[in-house]
Design a protein around this ligand. Structure first.
Ligand code: KIV
Ligand code: ZN
Length: 543
């Protein structure tokens, strides 16, 4: 007879003495929190492609965006929900308009989830809810938040059964009060309760104790799954997540490459591989197909333009490189001397296949598929033409060149302003001059300008052509692939009042990359200022 004994997150099979592991759900928020990383901006097609890769990686839930925040976010959530078999979450503040908009985006999906949240820490309550309409004292404001949380979940439940509630800044929230908020959210029907360490402030033992306390004190907690969502401001996001799991969380929110607000979120690949490599010490497992981790990392980096630091655990370029003679010698004798996991297990290939101008369409397509890209039939010729153009310039086309090509060219949507033509004259004894031709609808604008260098000249020419000079906040350029003919990437950030907008351009010519990036940032600014989501007679309209 088999008897089971439940004990602190693991079930022990008394008969054979083997520990049975518990499944941890992976909630990927690369497309929502990850996209909030400074400088990251993904178009709808790139998001769809990442969502497909996340499905291949076998995450349990994909948070696809924050539908009320922009028409682009709405469309991305809608298209991902329509297409995917995974649970797709849409974020919503505890406001009716947010919740209704999230539902509108998710409604035709197979497995939709509304993820609503309220702020719960005193810092947030006194900062964001300072207005006396929320109550005169902290105690009154706190009870308003409980009611708002209850009402938000109840309202979301009128649309969907699968509702998740997050207590924003739970890491710095008084635990007793946090328990009251959670109890109310579960009473209203929340099926998942997320405990975010929004500011990345807590230490692992504190965060673990908070989860244990919630499990102990919240009366109805067994009606919901406890989730955790840790930010990395002190570099503790993964450690805190593991402490949360150890103390009862069964869903973990994380992102590919750990991207996200400020210092980012807990890195998906680090959590998953810790549970995987340290099976001996962890009684938990995930459904992740770990050999898709590297491709996922490269795809997200290519599309967002956020480079992965070389020494990043699991997916960094140096994660499996052995530099010192002693280490190399040890590795040659026995890999286990310095390697705790095999690079192929996470999808790092031994050889980087190189393509060139003689590679055929079929070779290109199958290489792209191996890298995780799904190439619609109607795009094959375009990709192949762009590939040949690149192969002519570069001779050898590496995997990373293909990733850039897929991100920068194939999924680029039609912009309001398109750079049709750019001509630069520059040299040690010449005044840098740029001429641009910009197309918008059926109009074209052509202008020339000089500048303090070719980049400045091209930005000036763009400004003259559009009759508009935004404030430049930052400009960065770097190479994103290898070799002398490497692809250069430029990231430009511009400011308009309280809002800033970024653009990214990639080309083997860094001046062209810079001009493209500047124009893309201007496009973002125009899009932001000229569109809005509004309800008219109960129908959602994009203006
Ligand atoms: O960090 C945070 O608190 C969040 C919530 C919206 C879940 O991202
Ligand atoms: Zn977050």
């Amino acid at each position: 007879m088999t008897r089971f004994l439940k004990k602190k997150g693991c079930i022990i099979d008394k008969l054979n003495g083997e520990k049975m592991k518990e499944r941890i759900k992976i909630f990927d928020t690369t497309l929502r929190d990850g996209e909030q990383s400074p400088g990251a901006s993904l178009n709808v097609f790139e998001k769809l492609e990442i969502a497909r890769q996340l499905a291949k990686l076998n995450v349990d839930i994909i948070e696809a965006g924050f539908p009320v925040s922009s028409p682009g976010q709405f469309e991305a959530v809608q298209r991902i929900a329509d297409e995917s078999d995974k649970i797709i979450a849409g974020l919503a503040r505890a406001k009716e308009i947010d919740i209704k908009t999230a539902y509108e985006a998710l409604r035709n999906g197979k497995n939709p989830r509304i993820h609503t949240f309220s702020s719960t820490s005193d810092f947030h309550i006194m900062g964001k809810f300072a207005d006396s309409k929320y109550g005169a004292t902290l105690a009154e404001k706190r009870s308003t938040i409980i009611k708002m949380s209850y009402d938000a979940v109840s309202y979301a439940k009128t649309f969907l059964n699968d509702v998740e509630f997050s207590a924003e800044d739970a890491g710095r929230t008084d635990t007793g009060y946090l328990c009251d908020v959670i109890e109310a959210a579960i009473e209203a029907g929340a099926m998942t309760i997320n405990i975010p360490d929004t500011t990345g402030y807590t230490l692992p033992h504190e965060f673990g104790a908070k989860i244990a306390e919630i499990k102990k004190r919240v009366k109805n907690i067994n009606k919901a799954v406890i989730s955790i969502h840790c930010h990395n401001d002190l570099g503790l996001a993964v450690a805190n997540s593991l402490a949360g799991i150890e103390n009862g969380a069964r869903q973990v929110e994380c992102t590919i490459n750990g991207i996200g607000e400020r210092a980012g979120n807990a890195s998906l690949e680090e959590i998953v591989m810790t549970l995987n490599v340290r099976k001996d010490a962890c009684n938990y497992y995930t459904g992740i197909k770990v050999d898709e981790l590297y491709n996922s990392s490269r795809m997200v980096s290519g599309f967002t333009g956020i480079i992965v630091q070389p020494n990043k655990a699991i997916v960094g370029e140096n994660a499996f490189a052995h530099e010192s003679g002693i280490h190399q010698d040890g590795m040659l004798k026995d890999k286990s001397t310095y390697e705790i996991m095999n690079p192929e297990s996470v999808g790092v290939k031994k050889t980087k296949i190189v393509l060139g101008r003689h590679s055929g369409r079929h070779g290109l397509k199958s290489r792209l598929e191996e890298l995780g890209y799904h190439l619609p039939e109607d795009k094959i010729q375009k990709v192949y033409d762009l590939f040949l153009e690149l192969a002519d310039k570069k001779k050898e086309v590496f995997d990373d060149d293909l990733r850039i090509l897929m991100g920068d060219e194939i999924y680029k949507k039609k912009e309001l302003f398109e750079l049709e033509y750019l001509n630069i004259t520059s040299g040690t004894e010449t005044i840098p001059t740029a001429t641009v031709r910009i197309k918008t609808g059926d109009k074209t604008f052509k202008e020339s300008s000089i500048g303090d260098g070719p980049v400045d000249a091209s930005f000036n020419a763009i400004e003259r052509a559009l009759g508009f000079k935004p404030a430049l906040e930052s400009y960065n350029v770097r190479s994103v692939t290898s070799g002398r003919q490497a692809m250069g990437e430029a990231i430009v950030r511009i400011r308009d009042g309280e809002n800033s907008f970024s653009g990214r351009g990639v080309s083997t010519d860094i001046i062209e990359a810079s001009a493209k990036a500047y124009l893309q940032a201007i496009n973002q600014l125009y899009l932001f200022n000229h569109t809005a989501l509004v309800f008219e007679n109960d129908n959602l309209v994009i203006k």
